[in-house]
Design a protein around this ligand. Structure first.
Ligand code: IPD
Length: 263
């Protein structure tokens, strides 16, 4: 795919940060780790990756705004555009030496994500999408899965940890969904969960209590691969609500029905 200058910039930044993270991942035992709230750890590698990405993106587009997991929100001169960045999505996996984590970079324009890059550096899988141009993994075009039957479908989610208030509702979701599908996975990276929906590996994904930087890039991957995304509570904005449902064209509505059922 012939991407825009912005997409190429995002890919360059993701690869650069990914290379640094792979080096750190090999030495994960030696990393100095600080804790950031219950169950949520931030490593030096995480902060360094955000620094690398910020230098690349803001260096090239100084007028764009910024929302990053590590450095927070910064307004830009151009109020219509901002980068939404999670330098290391799947931090807990990373700290435990599990090779399932990713760099996630999205570009938002007038409130809509118009480009996204999710880089699984440990597996060298680069997922990217741009509005209207499709979604890709490395050179391969992505399509969501064509499975139509719930009982054959695999879904992914994030199970809240560290006493998060969204745990009871997620347990109810699991109790309703698990008997009617082929399985639910909790692999620990929301960005990759969405990338896997786009790649047809999962039929769908939902999560309650999720941040914009975890899912912004993944959402456009799913849409550009022919899937659907929506909020858990209808009529609300996904980022504002912090809860999302995504799925292939066939099963998205059914998944919404299960997750949106009143308690
Ligand atoms: C986390 C991962 C995880 C999800 C959590 C996120 P982080 O992001 O995406 O899969 O369940 O809600 O916080 O902290 O590794 O960037």
């Amino acid at each position: 795919m012939q991407g825009s200058a912005n997409l190429n910039l995002m890919i360059k930044a993701a690869r650069k940060a990914g290379r640094a993270l792979v080096k750190d991942f090999r030495e994960v035992e030696n990393l100095q780790v600080s804790s950031k709230g219950p169950g949520d750890f931030v490593s030096k590698a995480d902060r360094e990756a955000e620094r690398i990405i910020k230098e690349e993106l803001r260096g090239a587009r100084p007028s764009y705004g910024w929302l990053g997991e590590e450095t927070g929100e910064e307004a830009g001169e151009d109020p219509t555009r901002r980068w939404i960045v999670d330098p290391l999505d799947g931090t807990t996996n990373f700290l435990h030496g599990l090779p399932h984590w990713a760099v996630s970079i999205a570009l938002e324009h007038k409130g809509e994500v118009v480009a996204g890059v999710v880089f699984d550096a440990a597996k060298d899988e680069l997922y990217y999408a741009e509005k209207g141009l499709g979604a890709f993994m490395n050179e391969t075009r992505l399509r969501v899965s064509g499975r139509r039957s719930m009982i054959e479908a695999i879904f992914a989610t994030g199970v809240p940890f560290g006493g998060k208030s969204t745990l009871p509702a997620t347990l109810q979701d699991l109790a309703r969904l698990m008997p009617v599908c082929a399985g639910v996975r909790r692999f620990g990276s929301a960005a990759l969960d969405l990338a896997y929906v786009a790649a047809g590996r999962y039929e769908g994904y939902w999560e309650r209590g999720i941040n914009a930087w975890d899912i912004a890039a993944g959402l456009i991957l799913v849409k550009e691969a022919g899937g659907f995304c929506g909020p858990v509570r209808e009529g609300r904005d996904i980022f504002e609500q912090g809860a999302v449902i995504a799925g292939n064209a066939e099963l998205f509505e059914l998944l919404c029905k299960v997750i949106r059922q009143p308690a």
